[in-house]
Design a binder for this molecule. Structure first.
Ligand SMILES: Cc1ncc(COP(=O)(O)O)c(C=O)c1O
Length: 472
């Protein structure tokens, strides 16, 4: 390795950090490249994390992140809870804690799971640094390079970098407006059987899916659990949004249908309390849980003790469900604002999901539009979304985008969608001029295409599974 200091780098003066060049050059990269582990070549960046620097600018309306609205949490309660911790438990709250989490935190988690009709054993729970760490530990525990993991297509964009960094062979199963297509899953399983391959687990966000906004139907839930039991494979149920329902009736979780033998459950406080405290959990059969704890010992010893004390104080007040109710009211109205804006500003060729809960709408545009390219144009108009490709491991999803409705006010949502609609409209206009097709592109109920037509009417279907170009 060339350890010489780059010539343009000034020497340290007065103990100050040397000035770094604004951009990493290829020779900078080459200096370290020989030291990198092989696995770094398959690591992928998270689209949402990449966008964060831009979307945190005040002039940008971000419909990109999955941010809950933390401004709804009353600052005076927060101050009172933290003061109590400082006065009564300062030494313990500032100390290390057990790797699996405090018993009090696990008791709170049990209460949260009971609110969705689950009956976990607190001994099966391991408290993690967010749901994200739970997913990382699950992969660390179960995945050897090349092992098959099955996920929905599209899947949670934050899961893609995790599957990639553990070098999983990720297969994605298409969805419709009732979630993962179990018939397609069974086809895939048969194909894998024929090739002598047994998947390690099926990863699903069955309720108000991120990014699809759809919910797995009851019959499909039952069949999915049956499949896991028949084949003795794990089903990883990731459920950050189950309590954020704005309409319709709750469905049983996969965990409650299975009883916790084959379903490895993941939860988080991020969307019902705060993502900043970084507390999530996994609830797993004892042998799996033991391995998760070993993995966590190596990763970070324990989850923030201070955050766990905060959770204990907050839940101890016994009003957490009232706050979840408040969030539901706020998000219900924002969801409605987004759906109204989409109907007004997106071209009639676009389709989108109409979620009964959660934080996201998945919109699909005419297939000649690439949403990764579109994002660059949208950012020039100070509006952001997550391009659909981030939700696939293999470059699919380029015709779709994920839109978040929890982080902005109703007016901002309407304005954001108007701006995206305008850049989409430009692309549609350009395409139609170039193809000499002078079709009317503004939304108009009377001009809706017939069922089964190539461009379905606004909002009617969820073309998660796009047909290959030759069939269009
Ligand atoms: C489906 C899903 N899983 C996991 C996470 C990670 O959440 P956290 O690490 O904040 O608990 C998110 C966050 O948006 C999510 O949507």
């Amino acid at each position: 390795m060339d350890t010489a200091r780059p010539e343009d780098e000034p020497a340290r003066e007065g103990g100050q950090r040397p000035h770094r060049r604004a951009h990493t050059t290829s020779s900078d990269v080459a200096r370290y490249a020989g030291l990198f582990a092989q696995r770094t070549t398959v690591m992928r960046s998270s689209a949402m994390r990449d966008l964060m620097e831009i979307t945190s600018r005040p002039e940008v309306i971000s419909l990109a992140g999955g941010f809950p609205d933390t401004s709804t949490f009353p600052p005076e309660s927060f101050a009172a809870q933290m003061t109590r911790i400082a006065q009564e438990s300062s030494a313990r709250a500032l100390q290390y804690g057990p790797t699996e989490g405090f018993a009090e935190t696990r008791a709170v988690i049990e209460e949260v799971m009971r609110a969705e009709d689950m009956r976990p054993d607190p001994e099966d729970i391991v408290v993690t640094s967010g749901g994200q760490q739970a997913l990382d530990l699950i992969c660390k525990t179960l995945i050897d390079p090349g092992d098959v993991v099955i996920a929905e297509g599209p899947t949670y964009p934050g899961a893609v970098p995790v599957f990639c960094s553990y070098e999983a062979d990720t297969r994605q199963v298409g969805m419709d407006d009732e979630g993962m297509r179990i018939d397609l899953l069974e086809e895939l399983l048969a194909e894998l059987d024929a090739a002598g391959r047994r998947p390690k687990f099926i990863y699903s966000v069955p309720t108000f899916q991120n990014p699809g906004g759809v919910t797995l139907g009851l019959e499909r839930r039952r069949r999915l659990v049956e499949i896991a039991r028949e084949r003795e494979i794990l089903l990883v149920e990731d459920n950050p949004y189950g309590l954020l329902r704005y309409g319709g009736d709750p469905l049983p979780t996969l965990y409650s249908l299975d009883g916790g033998d084959y379903v490895l459950y993941m939860g988080t406080f991020s969307k019902i309390l705060s993502p900043g405290i970084r507390i999530g959990w996994a609830c797993a059969p004892p042998p799996v849980r033991a391995k998760l704890v070993l993995g966590k010992q190596a990763a970070d010893l324990c989850t923030s003790t201070l955050s766990q004390f905060f959770v204990r104080e907050y839940f101890g007040e016994g009003r957490w469900l009232e706050y979840v109710d408040e969030l539901r009211d706020v998000y219900r109205s924002r969801r409605a604002a987004m759906l109204r804006a989409l109907a007004s500003y997106f071209p009639r060729q676009a389709t989108w999901s109409e979620p009964e809960g959660g934080l996201f709408v998945w919109a699909t545009l005419p297939d000649y539009i690439d949403t990764t390219d579109l994002l660059a144009k949208a950012l020039r108009e100070n509006v952001a979304f997550v391009p659909g490709e981030a939700a696939f491991v293999d470059g699919r999803g380029s015709g779709s985008m994920r839109l978040n409705f929890s982080a902005q006010t109703e007016d901002e949502i309407a304005e954001g969608i108007r701006r995206i609609g305008a850049v989409v409209g430009e692309q549609v206009g350009l395409y139609e001029t170039m193809t000499q097709s002078f079709e009317i592109v503004q939304p108009s109920p009377s001009s809706a295409a017939p069922p089964g037509a190539d461009d379905p009417p606004t909002g009617e279907v969820l073309p998660f599974q796009r047909r290959p170009p030759e069939e269009r």
